[in-house]
Design a protein around this ligand. Structure first.
Ligand SMILES: C[S@@+](CC[C@H](N)C(=O)[O-])C[C@H]1O[C@@H](n2cnc3c(N)ncnc32)[C@H](O)[C@@H]1O
Length: 212
């Protein structure tokens, strides 16, 4: 199991993993996604982890086709296990996808969603995420990110600073990213920062929009 996954998840004796944070954040994220993903289309989720978000969002947003992905084989088994229980017609089988890869195994999407990934991966994963979203998404499409961020070089809460320290202790290439740096990276790839939404536990929903 990838380190980022093992950090935050517990496995039951079948393949379905449970990430306790998902139960706390999924409905609040869903409320934002209802606005951001109002139009029908295919959503590519990067770093689906346990797959619990994918099932929750595909179930609540039947006008969308949801494509979960994760580079980690155990995560993909968990996504498949949750999907098998849910039996949703608009939830596709998980794909192996490393955001940092130069080629993604997907040729079409109308939106990209990535929750709690860019701080639990090297910066190259954030660079790859923006490059891949730019390759894939048509003008006007949304890119939705969720997670903790520094703002203007500062942590927004002591808990985020402590989390950042714990991430960097596990892997010096990980860490809570600065929103300014992520927005600058996004701008280089043709995405404008549309809005941020404050979320519980000092997280942010960050919505980018592909430039026309
Ligand atoms: C903390 S988990 C978040 C999972 C899920 N999105 C959630 O919020 O519960 C981080 C996930 O990022 C994935 N990940 C790590 N590096 C990645 C990369 N380079 N590209 C895509 N996913 C990556 C891990 O496999 C793991 O599933």
């Amino acid at each position: 199991m990838a380190q980022g996954l093992s950090l935050l998840m517990t496995a039951s004796f079948d393949s379905a993993l449970t990430a306790p944070a998902v139960a706390r954040n999924r409905d609040l994220i869903l409320a934002v996604l209802r606005e951001v993903l109002a139009a029908p289309g295919t959503v590519l989720e990067i770093a689906s982890g346990s797959g619990e978000h994918a099932v929750h969002f595909a179930s609540a947003l039947p006008h969308l086709v949801w494509q979960p992905t994760d580079p980690d084989a155990q995560a993909r088994r968990s996504i498949a296990a949750h999907a098998a229980q849910a039996r949703l017609p608009n939830l596709l089988p998980p794909l192996e996808l490393d955001a940092a890869a130069a080629v993604w195994p997907v040729t079409q999407a109308d939106a990209v969603v990535s929750i709690n990934m860019i701080h639990i991966a090297p910066w190259a994963a954030a660079e790859g995420l923006l490059a891949g979203a730019a390759r894939l998404l048509p003008a006007g499409s949304p890119l939705y990110l969720y997670g903790p961020y520094r703002e203007h070089g500062r942590h927004t809460a002591p808990s985020n600073a402590a989390f950042d320290e714990s991430l960097r202790a596990r892997d010096p290439a990980w860490g809570v990213r600065d929103l300014d740096e992520v927005a600058a990276l996004a701008a280089r790839h043709g995405f404008a920062l549309e809005r941020t939404v404050a979320m519980p536990a000092n997280n942010l929903s960050v919505v980018f929009r592909r430039n026309p």
